[in-house]
Design a protein around this ligand. Structure first.
Ligand code: APR
Length: 315
C-alpha cells in the first residue's frame, strides 16, 4: 500500500515538493491551498505526468482537509512571503496565524501524522507548529539544515572541482544569518576541508552559505528558492516513509540537548518511521557552542514575540 502525504501550500515550494514525492511512486499526495482551483489544477497536471514518469501515485488537489484525512506525513509550506514595507515581526505574526490555522486542521484530520514544517521564519514556525499541535516532539520538526548544508556542499564541490557526493558538511543552529556551519565536521572524501582549502576561502564559502537564500532572492526578483528546498524536504520525507534512520540536520524542539531547552533549533537528528527518533549530540568547541547559543538567542527573540502576541490575543 502506498503512504499518504499531504502538502499544505501549493506555491513554489509546496508544488515542487508534491511533484518530487509523486515521482518517487510510493506515496499518494494531497495538495492543499486556500486559493480556489490552484491546488486542483496543479495536482491534475502532476497526475497527468504519471504515465510518462511511470508513477501510479495519485495526486489530489483540495481547498479543504477532508481529502487529507489520515495522512502519514504532512508538509507545511503555507505562508506569505515578506512584502515591501512589511517588518520582520509582521511576517512572523502573519505566518504564525497561517501555520496555527493549518496545524489545527492537520491535527483534526490526521491525528497520528508526522509534520515537517517549512514556512519561514523557519525555526519560529516549527516552534509554533509544535506548540499548536500538541504532538510529541518526534512528530514535529522542520526543514532547513539539509538545505543550508546542501548550499555549503555545492560551493565546496565547485571550488575543489569534485563530486558533490563526496562532500559532507554540517550546518547547525537557526536558519538565518547566524547559522553555524561546522567546518570541523566538513570533509571531502573523508578528508577534513582544512587540509584542502585555505582558511580564507572556507570563510568566504561559509559567508556565501549564510547568504544562500538571499542570493537566490536577488536573482529571482520575485519569490524565493524552491528547487533545492523541495529536494531537501523530499529527502526528509523519504527518510521517514522508508524508515531509513538517516542522520540529517533538522530543526528540532530541544529538551536540554546542546544546553538548549524548550526551543526549536537545527541539530543533527535521526529520521525514521518514528519521525525524529533521536537528537544526535556532538561535542562542540567553545567557539561553536557560543555561535550556536547566539543563533538560538535569535530564534528565542522571535518565539518571545509570538508568545506575547498569543498572550495578548487570549486576553
Ligand atoms: N492555507 C493553505 N495555504 C495557504 C494559506 C493557508 N492558510 N495561506 C497561504 N497559503 C498558500 C498561498 O496561497 C500560496 O500558494 O501558501 C502558498 C505559498 O506559496 P508561495 O507564495 O509560492 O511561497 P513558496 O515559495 O512556496 O514558499 C513557501 O516556504 O521556504 C519557505 O520562505 C518560504 O515561507 C515560505 C514557504
Amino acid at each position: 500500500m502506498r503512504s499518504k502525504v499531504t502538502v499544505v501550500g501549493a506555491g513554489n515550494v509546496g508544488a515542487t515538493t508534491a511533484l518530487r514525492i509523486q515521482s518517487l511512486g510510493y506515496a499518494d499526495v494531497v495538495l492543499v491551498d486556500v486559493v480556489e482551483d490552484l491546488p486542483q489544477g496543479k495536482a491534475l497536471d502532476m497526475l497527468e505526468a504519471g504515465p510518462v514518469v511511470g508513477s501510479d501515485a495519485v495526486v489530489t488537489g483540495s481547498n479543504g482537509y477532508e481529502e487529507s484525512a489520515n495522512s502519514d506525513l504532512v508538509v507545511i509550506t503555507a505562508g506569505i512571503a515578506r512584502r515591501p514595507g512589511m517588518s520582520r515581526d509582521d511576517l512572523l505574526l502573519t505566518n504564525m496565524r497561517i501555520t496555527s490555522a493549518v496545524t489545527s486542521e492537520v491535527v483534526k484530520h490526521s491525528p497520528n501524522c508526522i509534520i515537517i514544517a517549512v514556512t519561514n521564519p523557519l525555526d519560529a514556525m516549527v516552534q509554533n507548529v509544535y506548540e499548536s499541535s500538541g504532538f510529541p516532539r518526534n512528530r514535529v520538526f522542520g526543514m532547513a539544515g539539509i538545505l543550508d548544508t546542501a548550499r555549503f556542499r555545492t560551493f565546496i564541490a565547485q571550488e575543489l572541482d569534485v563530486s558533490v557526493e563526496d562532500v559532507q558538511a554540517y550546518v547547525l543552529g537557526g536558519h538565518g544569518d547566524d547559522m553555524v556551519p561546522l567546518v570541523r565536521y566538513t570533509t571531502v572524501g573523508g578528508i577534513p576541508i582544512s587540509e584542502l582549502m585555505a582558511e580564507e576561502k572556507i570563510d568566504q564559502l561559509v559567508q556565501r552559505t549564510r547568504n544562500g537564500g538571499g542570493e537566490i532572492v536577488a536573482l529571482l526578483k520575485e519569490g524565493s528558492a524552491y528547487y533545492a528546498p523541495s529536494a531537501a524536504i523530499t529527502q526528509m520525507v523519504e527518510a521517514v516513509l522508508l524508515d531509513k534512520k538517516r542522520i540529517l540536520p533538522c530543526c528540532v524542539y530541544l529538551e536540554g540537548e546542546f544546553g538548549i531547552n524548550g526551543l526549536c533549533v537545527g541539530v543533527p537528528a535521526k529520521l525514521g518511521a518514528g519521525g525524529m527518533e533521536q537528537v544526535v549530540e556532538i561535542r562542540l568547541t567553545e567557539e561553536e557552542r557560543a555561535s550556536l547559543n547566539q543563533s538560538a538567542a535569535s530564534v528565542q527573540e522571535l518565539v518571545d514575540v509570538m508568545h506575547q502576541a498569543k498572550a495578548e490575543q487570549s486576553q
